[in-house]
Write a protein that binds this ligand. Structure first.
Ligand code: ADP
Length: 482
């Protein structure tokens, strides 16, 4: 199949979260299975164009009252593959330091920037004479594509056999704008209604994408159920229920070339399930990096992620004083909400021997935390899939998670009698539940060492392959054609 895969972020070119990891890995897995995939993303300022090939293509894109807007195109390949990735070049829209925002403030023209990405991507496939069997859109940023295919391009011969798939990586972000987005989209006001693009008097791009796509997917089976409920639906639950007949949950895989303690280039000591005892060198290294008191015995708990409410940082903050009374050390890496950056930095100053915090983004430190920690904390309020807990499994770093979305799908709670347990889980979104689960996990770490090691080894042998996920996506692609 010919697949046009469009995403606002792709590893290793630009990343703010899991969407980039998926967009860097899934196209490669599909290509391995024989599909012909072309990826498209914006050429943000941070992507060095000197390392890309400039194509002799200029695309003119109809942007409603803004007139025809032109862009250039660069090309490269995804690392260690021959999958082509195309970069839409528009200095005014993408030549900025952020992807979506700066200093926590969203760009006020994000509707224009990403409708442009979607329109330019379809124009590009015309220019390349690449007739997609599937247009695969990701989150609201490329959700205009399914909308455009069923409206503007409805009678276009080139796209007459093209089907669209929209993947929701996080329902919280929906692309909600005022009515000017209708003009930029250019789809006709008959679609400005509660069953398509209208929400609260404005335009909700993801809502429109959900209505118009041929298949809708999300990144775990549990999350596919959850987004149809009041608790997790972010206002779109009733809308999604209407389209549940075309909704599929497909768990993300892991790029084990990138996340594997056997050959991880960032960590001090490589190790495998057969040399698990070597993992301790990474713990010592991590304690050194954060200036914690050196101790092999203390339970070291890691956290990597956006400092956002979604990630349960308020729960951690509420019980951190209690947690640090246990025989634990904790290290946190992340950035985001300013109060959290200040709060956790302050805790690090007050408990320097047992708590470390690095505010910022560091790929290297993320790997070191995965390798050096004994346990990994993810107390998310909601989690579409979650990648870090799956990386943690491979590193023998047992996840402590809240049972939601992909966390619930991937982590099996500790039970001495079970031969499937791979971590620790709690259900209630409360600091109380978090505290007691960490306490319990630390007790198992200390007092049931054999069981803990057994679980570590079991976790390390688990395999969340992108090939398996890609096969499921292929089934969905085929389903749209029936
Ligand atoms: P989300 O997409 O909601 O942010 P995921 O768990 O799906 O959460 O993916 C997050 C990805 O971003 C992981 O690969 C994680 O390691 C990475 N990440 C998040 N914050 C940081 C950070 N501060 N430094 C390095 N990597 C980070």
């Amino acid at each position: 199949m010919n697949i046009l895969f469009v995403s606002s972020e792709v590893t290793p070119f630009a990343k703010t979260g899991g969407l980039a990891d998926v967009s860097g890995a899934l196209p490669k897995a599909l290509a391995k299975l024989g599909d012909n995939v072309k990826v498209v993303m914006p050429r943000y300022y941070r992507i060095d164009r000197n390392k890309l090939e400039k194509l002799p293509i200029a695309l003119g894109v109809d942007m409603g009252s803004l007139g025809e807007v032109w862009c250039g195109v660069y090309k490269s390949t995804l690392p260690k593959s021959s999958v082509e990735i195309y970069f839409i070049e528009h200095e005014g829209y993408y030549g900025r330091s952020g992807l979506y925002d700066e200093n926590g403030v969203a760009y006020e023209d994000n509707d224009i920037r990403f409708i442009f990405l979607s329109k330019a991507s379809l124009k590009l496939s015309l220019a390349l004479d690449f007739k997609p069997d599937i247009v695969h859109a990701n989150d609201w940023h490329s959700a205009p594509m399914p909308i455009l295919l069923k409206t503007v391009y409805e009678n276009n011969d080139f796209f007459k056999n093209t089907k669209s798939v929209l993947t929701i990586h996080n329902l919280q972000h929906q692309g909600f704008f005022d009515k000017r987005a209708m003009d930029i989209l250019g789809v006709g006001w008959e679609h400005f209604n509660q069953y398509a693009l209208e929400a609260l008097g404005g335009v909700n791009i993801l809502k429109g994408g959900i209505a118009f796509c041929d298949a809708l997917t999300t990144v775990s089976e549990k999350y596919a159920q959850e987004i149809q409920t009041d608790e997790y639906g972010f206002g779109l639950q009733e809308h999604i229920k209407i389209y549940s007949y075309k909704l599929f949950g497909i768990l993300n895989g892991v790029d084990y070339e990138e996340w594997n303690p056997e050959h991880d280039k960032y960590i001090t000591q490589n190790y495998s399930v057969d040399t698990l005892e070597d993992k301790i060198e990474n713990k010592r290294d991590l304690q050194g990096i954060f200036d914690l008191v050196p101790s092999d015995e203390v339970a070291l708990i890691g956290f990597v992620g956006r400092f956002a409410k979604q990630k349960g940082i308020e729960l951690i903050a509420s019980c951190i004083e209690g947690l640090l009374q246990l025989d634990v050390q904790m290290v946190m890496l992340g950035s985001g909400e300013k109060w959290a950056e200040g709060f956790f930095s302050d805790i690090a100053k007050r408990y320097p021997e047992r708590f470390g915090c690095y505010v910022g983004y560091s790929e290297e430190l993320a790997h070191k935390i995965e390798a050096g920690s004994d346990m990994f904390l993810m107390p998310s309020l909601f989690e579409p899939c979650g990648l870090n807990q799956i990386y943690s499994l491979r590193y023998g770093t047992l996840p402590i998670v809240r049972a939601t979305g992909g966390l619930d799908d991937t982590i099996v709670n500790y039970d001495k009698k079970s031969d499937k347990s791979n971590g620790f889980k709690f259900y209630e979104a409360s600091a109380h539940a978090l505290y007691h689960t960490v306490k319990w996990a630390v007790e198992v770490y200390k007092d049931e060492k054999d069981e803990f090691v057994k679980m570590q080894k079991r976790a390390m042998k688990e395999h969340f392959s992108w090939i398996d996920s890609a096969k499921k996506y292929q089934k969905v692609y085929l389903w749209t054609m029936k």
